[in-house]
Design a protein around this ligand. Structure first.
Ligand SMILES: [Mg+2]
Length: 174
């Protein structure tokens, strides 16, 4: 496990801090967001206005998707409100959601970015699939049960990475 190299291409504090213009200039066409603790808090049942505004802006330059491990009933309000395709129950770190989007919309892998708050699911799925990855800090402290387990592994990894100067909490880079 400690040999896994789950180092994202970009690490920023939040989705608002992602260098979208830079991504656009480097020919990124497809932004794929995780939902829970990346776009919104677990307890935000309806899509918050700040997310609506951001995604609406991003849709001018990119095709935007959500891939979440949560069930459809969690993702549905976001799908409707944002009018974007949402893949629920994706079982990240499996790559089948990414595969589906690539196939359906004919993206090249170097046009796609996976954005999320978890190394063990979001970042791992992106790296396995061979696309760029962006890590953000979780916006809340409340996690799903399964995520709590992943966080234990994640924290161990980050401690290792920190010692090797690869990745450190709060040490952002673009
Ligand atoms: Mg998440």
């Amino acid at each position: 496990m400690i040999y896994l190299k789950l180092i994202p291409n970009i690490y920023v504090k939040s989705i608002e801090d992602i260098p979208y213009q830079k991504l656009k200039n480097s020919n990124i066409k497809c932004l794929i967001f995780d939902l829970d603790n990346t776009l919104a808090l677990l307890e935000e049942k309806a899509c918050p206005e700040r997310v609506q505004k951001l995604i609406c802006q991003l849709k001018k330059d990119f095709q935007v998707f959500i891939i979440t491990n949560s069930p459809l009933r969690r993702a549905n309000p976001y799908q409707k409100c944002l009018d974007i395709e949402v893949i629920s129950m994706a079982m990240k770190p499996l790559t089948r959601g990414l595969k589906k989007i690539k196939g359906k919309y004919h993206f090249e892998k170097d046009e796609m970015v996976m954005i999320g708050d978890q190394l063990m699911t979001d970042i791992l799925s992106g790296i396995r699939f061979g696309i760029q990855t962006i890590l953000v800090d979780p916006i809340g402290v409340k996690d799903l049960k399964i995520t709590k387990l992943n966080r234990i592994i994640e924290n161990k990894l980050i401690r290792k990475y920190g010692k090797a100067n690869l990745l450190e909490r709060g040490k952002y880079y673009e």
